[in-house]
Ligand binder design. Structure first.
Ligand code: TEU
Ligand code: CA
Length: 540
């Protein structure tokens, strides 16, 4: 039997920026509940919620101080129960972020751990002898600076791959693991439908004397020995009817099928992180479309038939794809959607992507929120870069672009109060109200695309073949299942592109199923208009 999540479309909600129900400028659980019918109409089958747990918010909820409590800004456990029930009522499932590589430094385990070398929680984290001048090694954290922070009380340093307020848990400690496993079971018994496993490939580390050669992240990226922990997690996951998707950088397209094999894999699917290929100088990079196509094609090929992909273009860690890969038009928004949503795997849509939301025009450092961007800004200033230039450099590709509030109406409609982050001024042109009324809007195109994807088995189980592989601007592919064949043709550039369609696409009559221009044709040779997308099927 096909697992439910294979034919499902997911929607990622960044709760802080989705919908505010109590006018404090911060999105919340009741706000999400109020918008469930919007998601239902879009055709969504499950929601992934970014962290809503109790947190000091150094990394917007990815620094958890209590795994089993809700951050009061978002509501209560009761609110979550209500949301879950209301979602299930509509046939929408809900998965939560599972952040177990690290906790907050305010988590009771870490507060204990810090107290002394003989504290029972000492080994819940990673400590090593150090001096204020000399850390145990020279490894660098993802958010900049050393992976170590010195603690004068015990003359040791603790390890963190992200911010210093996010100490890494020690997965070698069985008592720690048991506590984490109990917490996971508690949530699954609560009734949620699965997890997105945050930064899961970092839970195992190399010995502290490991020497970095080229890849600075090698000491904590999919390091051997992680299999033991993943297998323990699999045991838990397999005893529930849930879905799991791992953010697993460093697990490459060759090993990912093993991680996601339906019979023996650790998790159901993987978010690869390779396709966000950039081109250009820092401060003015754009997305590299050829790189995007190449990476995703390789994953499609390597993951069939055993593995399963999680498909996405946007998320809370990247700028808006309609700005980095597109030209901020409805055509680019819909062409990108067509290109990735008909691939083999489970597609995710990040809030606002279905409207073609764009990057935010940052004008001041006050508007910047992301921890890593702020650290990078101060780094620039320390290097003597003038503030204006520093702002340009760090906001060009900041995660904050995707974290501005959702555009419900022409003035935002997210909150009646000042929102925690500024609303993009183009909400007057890009918003739900306008797009619901416009049959040719990205929103209405997404609805058709989702319905199409679910209507034909070829999009679920069909194999993937790339066509016109060398074309630098056009991504074309075939999905094939027995006698059924579907063709996806997208011009991912803002210039017209001439193409000669492969013979197999034109030998038999074809029928156009969906297009983002109103008068698309299907001929052996044709010129695709800027960001034109056409989906067709063999008419047999
Ligand atoms: O991001 C993790 C993340 O980006 C790294 O694990 C990634 O593997 C690395 O940069 C390699 O390129 C997640 C969340 O999505 C992010 O919002 C959090 O800030 C982070 O984890 C910490 O929890
Ligand atoms: Ca609120």
């Amino acid at each position: 039997m096909t697992k439910w999540w294979k034919n499902a479309v997911g929607y990622q909600i960044y709760p802080r920026s989705f919908m505010d129900s109590n006018d404090d400028g911060i999105g919340d659980l009741k706000g999400i509940q109020a918008k469930l019918t919007y998601l239902k109409e879009l055709g969504i089958d499950f929601i992934w919620l970014n962290p809503i747990y109790k947190s000091p918010n150094v990394d917007n909820g990815y620094d958890i101080s209590d795994y089993q409590a809700i951050n009061p800004e978002f509501g209560t456990l009761e609110d979550l129960k209500d949301l879950l029930a209301a979602a299930h009522e509509l046939g929408i499932r809900l998965i939560m972020d599972l952040v177990v590589n690290h906790t907050s430094d305010q988590h009771p385990w870490f507060i204990e751990s810090k107290k002394g070398k003989d504290n029972p929680y000492r080994d819940y984290y990673l400590w090593a002898d150090a001096t204020p001048e000399k850390m145990p090694n020279n490894w660098q954290s993802f958010f900049g600076g050393s992976t170590w922070t010195y603690d004068p009380n015990t003359k040791q340093a603790y390890f963190h791959v992200f911010a210093k307020e996010q100490p890494d848990l020690n997965w070698k400690n069985p008592a720690m693991r048991e506590n984490i496993y109990q917490m996971i079971r508690w949530w699954l018994d609560f009734g949620i439908d699965g997890f997105r496993l945050d930064a899961i490939s970092h839970i195992q580390k190399e010995p502290w004397d490991f020497k970095i050669t080229s890849n600075p992240w090698a000491p904590f990226m999919n390091v051997a020995g992680i299999e033991t922990y993943m297998a323990e997690l699999r045991e838990i996951f397999r005893s529930y009817d849930i879905m799991t998707v791992g953010e697993a950088s460093g697990v490459n397209s060759k090993t990912a099928p093993f991680w996601t094999d339906e019979e023996s894999g650790y998790i159901d699917m993987i978010f690869e992180l390779e396709h966000q290929v950039r081109t250009g100088e820092p401060g003015s990079e754009t997305g590299d479309l050829l790189g995007f196509k190449k990476v995703l094609s390789r994953w499609q090929k390597d993951m069939q038939p055993l593995g399963w992909n999680a498909l996405y273009t946007d998320n809370h860690d990247n700028p808006r794809s309609n700005s980095t890969f597109g030209n901020e038009t409805r055509e680019s928004a819909t062409a990108l959607a067509t290109a990735y949503m008909l691939l083999r795997g489970t597609p995710f849509i990040y809030q606002g992507q279905e409207l073609g939301m764009t990057n935010f025009p940052f004008e001041s450092i006050e508007e910047v929120n992301a921890t890593d961007s702020l650290a990078a800004y101060h780094d620039c200033l320390n290097k003597g870069i003038p503030p204006e230039e520093a702002l340009r450099l760090i906001t060009h590709w900041t995660r904050d672009h995707s974290r501005t509030p959702m555009h419900w109406t022409d003035f935002g409609g997210f909150s009646t109060n000042l929102p925690w982050m500024k609303i993009n001024p183009n909400t007057d042109k890009i918003n739900v109200v306008l797009q619901e009324a416009d049959p040719f809007s990205p929103l209405n195109y997404y609805k058709k695309l989702i319905a199409l994807r679910k209507s034909l088995p070829v999009f679920l189980n069909g194999s993937y073949h790339i066509e016109l592989a060398k074309h630098p601007k056009v991504w074309a592919y075939t999905r094939k299942l027995d006698l059924e064949e579907a063709y996806v043709l997208t011009n991912l550039s803002d210039q017209p592109q001439s193409v000669t369609l492969p013979n197999r696409w034109v030998n038999a009559p074809a029928m156009i199923l969906l297009a983002n221009y109103q008068d698309s044709s299907w001929k052996k040779t044709m010129t695709l208009r800027p960001f034109e997308a056409v989906v067709a099927k063999k008419d047999a």
